[in-house]
Design a protein around this ligand. Structure first.
Ligand code: FDA
Length: 583
């Protein structure tokens, strides 16, 4: 007879999407099993840039300190170099991931957390550990085979790869966080746009102490412009720091239409020495693999009781560092909705808002990442694309030093080529500006707030319904600084108001009781539990002091009222019921 194991949610995958979904569900007290095909988490560094939005999600989940402990800190991630080799000539640098003083000011004004670098080999164990500690049943060496769903749940066939036995896991919901080759997405027949394997890349991981070459310009990324660096790949050759400054990963392109390159340790070491620019560099090759660049996204992310998150629904090159971040953010959006439905607090229709809210993000980030890969203009601007010999290439590069009209033109064009890279490396608006329009948001007629300078580069905080709830520093009664994000935890809805709006807080207690939903209330003002010490909350809140802002568990604004309503409990209750699909 068949063995059937039961749980509320089955999560397939222990990558950023799956492991974070498990962590979020367990944090919310939802029983879940996470299965993953291999015996452990990612075995190569893979995604690494962990942006502010993701770090503040980790802060919300109480694991930011653990992530920081394993991460390369913000101050070491940003003096990004473009060069002919690491040891050779520098074409220029760009301060990335908001390490330019002006951009760092933007970042610090927008969030309590900063962008850091943590490879998947370090991040996934933190997620899995905390998920498992909080209740997730983690099953490694367990492969998803197929599923069927009916009105009451999902039956998933899995293979225990240790014993070779198959069994069934019966759950109310299934989340496919099974990556770019997602079987769950394929079985669901999710509609996809775009193409896979549009360019070829190889990853080479190696150990070599490069402190003397990079310590004075610390960064995660060193871009190398050499003959061949415009072929395939992600725009240029890349030497990427894994751990400062002796563990590295090279990304080098190849023509995917031709024969795949044959790699062995010697060939890999040759590519390393060529990009580093040190002929006799002592290097230990630790791995190499080929991978295809994708430009594909799903236009719908779910069917019935099954949802896909992460690379299963958005597949793109690493440019902009969006892969792992968006995967975590998908799950952050999905998990509280599943919990609310399972706990009987929301109608099942709330679940439909997952796709409504996240599918546009999938499209946006896939297109953005692919565009960034095409925006390496340096080779073209330097005039090296036609150079057939290293000497001709060097002559073209040297021309930028000449006191001639051609030299001046190259120098001017380089400024423009460099500026374009801000769309890959300082796209603060892309990272932070996700905005939701769905049945889980009650609009008030205000448009999506965007920064007039450039909505991709700059992020504008606001409390417009659908926007990420803004961060400013406030203080507790003891005067300790707290982020406004610390007031709105994942486990509940939170109503934020001022002293003139205190009646809202009483209403919230009543509504929480009536609607049967965890709903906290925070009054910000002198003599209250939270004090607007810097008066920044008054400047950003976007409503009168007597108004109120209802924040969803995933820190997006659900609804707001400009002033105190005649019947606050009714106004708040109507809004909450509407968000939960119960009106
Ligand atoms: P992810 O692929 O991380 O995880 C999928 C999970 O599903 C794994 O745990 C796997 O075991 C499991 N799984 C798959 N099929 C299963 C099945 N049938 N049954 C059970 N479990 C199954 N990004 C970047 O920004 N910079 C980079 O340098 C790289 N490099 C890179 C290298 C390689 C080799 C890969 C594969 C990917 C990258 N990426 C990357 C992309 C980045 O890794 C990616 O965006 C995120 O990991 C996506 O997270 P997910 O959790 O969605 O999928």
């Amino acid at each position: 007879t068949d063995v059937v194991v039961e749980t509320d949610v089955l999560v397939v995958g222990s990558g950023p999407a799956g492991a974070s979904a498990a962590l979020f569900l367990s944090t919310l007290g939802i029983s879940n099993i996470m299965i993953t095909k291999y015996r452990w988490t990612a075995n190569t560094p893979r995604a690494h840039i962990t942006n502010q939005r993701t770090m503040e999600i980790f802060r919300d989940l109480g694991i930011e300190d653990q992530v920081l402990a394993d991460a390369t800190p913000h101050e070491l991630v940003g003096d990004t170099v473009f060069c002919t080799t690491i040891a050779g000539e520098e074409i220029g640098r760009i301060l990335t991931w908001e390490t330019h003083p002006a951009r760092e000011a933007d970042a610090r004004l927008a969030s309590p957390s900063l962008t850091v670098d943590i490879p998947q080999t370090y991040l996934e164990p933190v997620l899995v550990k905390n998920a498992t500690q909080r209740g997730t049943q983690s099953r490694f060496s367990t492969e998803y085979l197929s599923h069927t769903q009916d009105d009451d749940g999902v039956s998933t066939r899995v293979l225990d790869r240790v014993t070779g036995t198959e069994y069934t896991i019966r759950s109310k919901y299934l989340i496919g966080g099974d990556g770019a080759r997602s079987q769950v997405a394929a079985d669901l027949g999710l509609p996809m746009e775009g193409a896979m394997d549009i360019a070829g890349s190889m990853n080479i991981t190696f150990n070599a102490d490069l402190t003397h070459l990079v310590g004075h310009r610390p960064s995660v990324l060193y871009w190398v412009l050499q003959p061949g660096s415009d072929v395939g790949g992600i725009g240029a050759g890349l030497v990427r720091m894994v751990r400062p400054w002796n563990e590295w990963l090279i990304v080098w392109g190849y023509d995917i239409a031709g024969e795949p390159p044959q790699l062995d340790d010697d060939a890999a070491a040759e590519i390393v020495r060529q990009l580093v620019g040190v002929d006799d560099l002592e290097v230990e090759i630790t791995g190499y693999s080929l991978w295809g660049n994708n430009q594909m996204y799903a236009t719908h992310l779910q069917a019935g009781r099954v949802f896909c998150a992460g690379d299963a629904v958005h597949r793109h090159p690493p440019s902009n560092g969006l892969g792992s971040n968006t995967s975590v953010q998908d799950s952050y959006n999905l998990a509280w909705k599943i919990a609310a439905v399972l706990n009987g607090q929301a109608a099942p229709s709330l679940l439909d808002t997952y796709s409504t809210e996240r599918a546009p993000i999938a499209e946006q980030i896939v297109l953005r990442a692919n565009k960034s890969g095409g925006e390496f203009r340096f080779m073209e601007v330097l005039g090296v694309l036609d150079a057939e010999t290293p000497e001709a290439m060097q002559a073209a590069i040297d021309e930028r030093k000449a006191n001639t009209p051609a030299g001046a033109a190259k120098r001017a064009a380089l400024v423009e080529a460099m500026d374009l890279k801000h769309y890959e490396f300082n796209a603060h608006g892309v990272d932070m500006g996700q905005f939701y329009e769905s049945a889980a948001v009650v609009p008030d007629g205000s448009p999506q707030p965007v920064d007039e300078r450039d909505p991709e580069l700059y992020y504008k905080q606001s409390t417009v319904p659908g926007a990420r709830f803004p961060h400013v520093w406030v203080a507790d009664v003891a005067g300790h600084k707290r982020s406004t994000h610390d007031l709105v935890p994942y486990g509940q809805f939170t109503l934020v108001t001022g002293i003139a709006g205190e009646a809202w807080a009483d209403a919230a207690a009543k509504v929480a009781e009536e609607v049967g939903v965890p709903l906290g209330a925070v009054v910000i003002g002198p003599g209250r539990e939270v004090i607007d010490t810097y008066y920044d909350w008054a400047r950003i809140r976007g409503v009168e002091e007597s108004g109120a802002i209802l924040v969803r568990p995933d820190t997006h604004v659900a609804w707001r009222a400009q002033t105190l309503a005649d019947d606050p409990a009714r106004a708040l209750g109507d809004a909450l019921r509407s968000v939960l699909g119960r009106s």
